[in-house]
Design a protein around this ligand. Structure first.
Ligand code: GAL
Length: 668
């Protein structure tokens, strides 16, 4: 694909008469569109009856787009099977945890393991590839759509059987499985593989080992179907990159495993404009997606031009926000900014979802913004080869997410995302960029690693983290980390397992605090701050106490520790520090210190740096409702404003500056 930031969206022209297509393409040109996703919902048009195929309309469409220089991300239509398919083969509909079968009438009602579905999917994908795979308009393949979005778990008998086979590959014997899941408790010991079922509705807490493995298995089951489609497409056009669109922090699929199989990672971001922290939520989403596979590019496959239509109340983006948030994606490394969808539907489930071309047509202010941004991006070049600069990693893993939020925990209101936000927010607000990393990847490129509630981790992952510290790295770990192994079995002795060497303390008990009982902390340098939610009952063990509880029943208990281990340093937070306590910790670590440029006037400005060995681009985006002024290094050129910048940059609300400077990577 060409080098520019690609711009466009899902294009579903099957909704419109032929003459509308000509207008679409003309307006796409006007809006600087160079990439559209076609075919996501086209199965019923491509195969209107079983075995009867109609690819002519698609060829005509590709010809039209190609003749205007608009590239196509061609989707396989397998996320939305037509009604004839499930009417004739009803057992391809999924089954819920109560044993009820879903019906068609919307989309994604699929049992991903159903052999008929698989055969029909392979068939339509092969025919699609054969019919139009060689078309010159094609730029990439888009497999399926948002795997597992609506029905992440199927509990049919076929799934239960496949789960047993998956378990037989994971555990050498039934005894090993019994051991891993702790089935001697509650008299759950299995004596025959056939007794193992999918975790359907049951009387109370399902065995956590069973629940965790079913989540792993279900993610893998979808992945296997993805691979099948990908192989067909790769055979037809080995030169085209393959993606499937993710959904950021989407719990059911282990995207680290998935991303390893993609040529381009892509994501759909519908952060809620009504959330006061939505820019941060969106930044975190992008930092995660960028980190899923650090060897390949990533793109925004979908965002909304204004509102969605699936929340209880669908707040519109305020003037300027769509542009600002699009630049946020570019700042964080996205190679494209695409929308759902090109033209607003007249009918159907998404008719009130915003689009690039709204119902009012080109007189809509949303269209004006969409077209202006497309033109602006068309002229924006020089971004290729610029890597997002981050010295801070945050560890995240799906098995941990599944396990730490499983039922019957000490704090069942613990949401991993809240723990991530707690550690991420001060950095986001102060212009420090974070890369999300899996606990399985090398961390030596980072100066600091943040470890929010990494409750489940394998021995190997723990040892890797400790040895990162030993070699000179810095780690900040928060409470409820290192508690269980990969089977969700508790490590005995003081809590922490392989992380104990870098915790500096022995955590002997855990103490979730009543919401109305925060604690005061007395820090070693004399200042005080508050903490809440959780308190470890810990004793010093090799570390230095940085803060004690200063009041209430837990008075005198140490809660924050610093340890040196080998050449590195480690901080352990046995409680949820308030903002001032956390900034005190961050102040101790150079890579976590706020970017100096904010001074006292930069609040609400997001800052990200992309750089190569020869040039640096500093992105500044103002989300505050007022003008903001930040101090920058002199000698830059704002490529959007087309002006030299001095030592200060003033941004209006929703204003964006991209400051180019010659020279190697700069962080400061
Ligand atoms: C996505 C989906 C699109 C569209 C969009 C609306 O989840 O991939 O097809 O439904 O949401 O926000």
């Amino acid at each position: 694909m060409s080098e520019r930031v690609h711009y466009g969206g899902d294009y579903n022209p099957e909704q419109w008469p032929r003459e509308v297509w000509d207008e679409d393409v003309k307006l796409m040109r006007e809006a600087g569109v160079d990439l559209v996703t076609v075919g996501v919902f086209s199965w019923a048009q491509l195969e209107p009856r079983e075995g009867a195929y109609t690819f002519g309309w698609l060829e005509e469409l590709l010809d039209l787009l190609g003749s205007e220089g608009i590239g196509v991300d061609l989707a396989t239509p397998t996320a939305s099977p037509p009604p004839w398919l499930s009417t004739k083969y009803p057992d391809l509909l999924p089954v819920d945890s109560k044993g009820a079968r879903y019906s068609h009438g919307s989309r994604q009602a699929i049992c991903i393991l159903n052999p008929t579905y698989r055969e029909k999917a392979r068939d339509i994908v092969s025919r699609l590839a054969a019919a139009v795979g060689g078309h010159r308009a094609l730029r990439m393949w888009h497999v399926h759509n948002e795997y597992a979005c609506h029905v992440p778990y199927c509990y049919c008998a076929r799934h239960a059987g496949a789960f047993r086979e998956w378990l037989k590959r994971r555990y050498a014997s039934l005894e090993e499985l019994n051991q891993a899941w702790g089935t001697t408790f509650w008299s759950q010991t299995y004596t025959d593989w056939d007794e193992v079922v999918a975790p359907r509705m049951t009387a109370t807490f399902v065995n956590p080992g069973l629940d965790l493995d079913y989540k792993r298995f279900s993610s893998d089951a979808f992945l296997e179907e993805f691979r099948e489609e990908r192989e067909i497409l790769k055979r037809a056009r080995p030169d085209l990159p393959v993606t499937t669109n993710f959904m950021g922090f989407f719990k059911p699929l282990d995207y680290f495993r998935w991303a390893a199989e993609l040529d381009v990672v892509s994501t759909d971001n519908y952060s809620d404009p009504a959330n006061p922290d939505w820019a941060m939520e969106s930044a975190m989403h992008y930092d995660l997606v960028r980190g899923l596979n650090k060897r390949v590019p990533w793109m925004v496959m979908e965002q909304a031009s204004s509102r969605v239509n699936w929340r209880p109340h669908n707040s519109a983006k305020r003037p300027g926000e769509m542009r600002a948030m699009s630049y946020q994606a570019v700042a964080r490394g996205a190679s494209s900014v695409l929308f759902f969808q090109w033209r607003a539907s007249r009918a159907g489930a998404e008719k009130f979802h915003s689009a690039m071309l709204p119902h009012a047509g080109t007189s809509s202010p949303v269209w004006a913004d969409v077209a202006a941004l497309g033109k602006e991006l068309e002229d924006l070049d020089g971004l290729q080869g610029l890597a997002v600069q981050a010295k801070v990693a945050m560890l995240f893993s799906w098995p941990n997410w599944w396990a730490v939020e499983a039922p019957a925990q000490p704090a069942n209101d613990l949401r991993l995302a809240d723990q991530l936000r707690w550690l991420y927010q001060p950095l986001y607000q102060s212009g420090v960029t974070v890369d999300f990393c899996s606990p399985d990847e090398p961390l030596d490129n980072y100066e600091v690693v943040l470890v929010p509630s990494l409750y489940l981790l394998s021995e190997e992952q723990g040892v890797r983290l400790a040895s990162y510290v030993e070699r000179g790295g810095t780690v900040v770990t928060s409470f409820w980390s290192g508690i269980v192994d990969e089977h969700d079995a508790v490590r005995l002795g003081p809590y922490g397992g392989p992380l104990r060497v870098i915790m500096g303390c022995d955590v002997l008990e855990i103490c979730p605090l009543p919401p109305s009982e925060p604690v005061q902390l007395q820090w070693e340098d004399g200042h005080v701050s508050a903490a809440s939610y959780w308190a470890d009952i810990a004793t010093e063990s090799g570390g230095r106490v940085l803060a004690y509880v200063a009041d209430g029943p837990w008075s005198g208990r140490p809660l924050v520790f610093e340890t040196t281990y080998g050449k590195g340093r480690s901080y352990y937070l046995g409680t949820k520090l308030d903002a001032s306590g956390l900034s005190w910790i961050y102040e101790q670590v150079p890579a976590l210190r706020a970017w100096h440029g904010f001074g006292t006037t930069g609040q609400g400005v997001e800052r990200v740096v992309r750089a190569s060995s020869s040039r640096t681009y500093e992105f500044l985006i103002n989300y505050a409702p007022q003008r903001r002024t930040v101090q920058v290094a002199p000698g830059g050129f704002d490529i959007l404003g087309q002006a030299e910048v001095g030592e200060r940059v003033t941004l209006p609300p929703a204003g964006v500056a991209i400051i180019r400077r010659p020279g190697a990577r700069q962080f400061a």
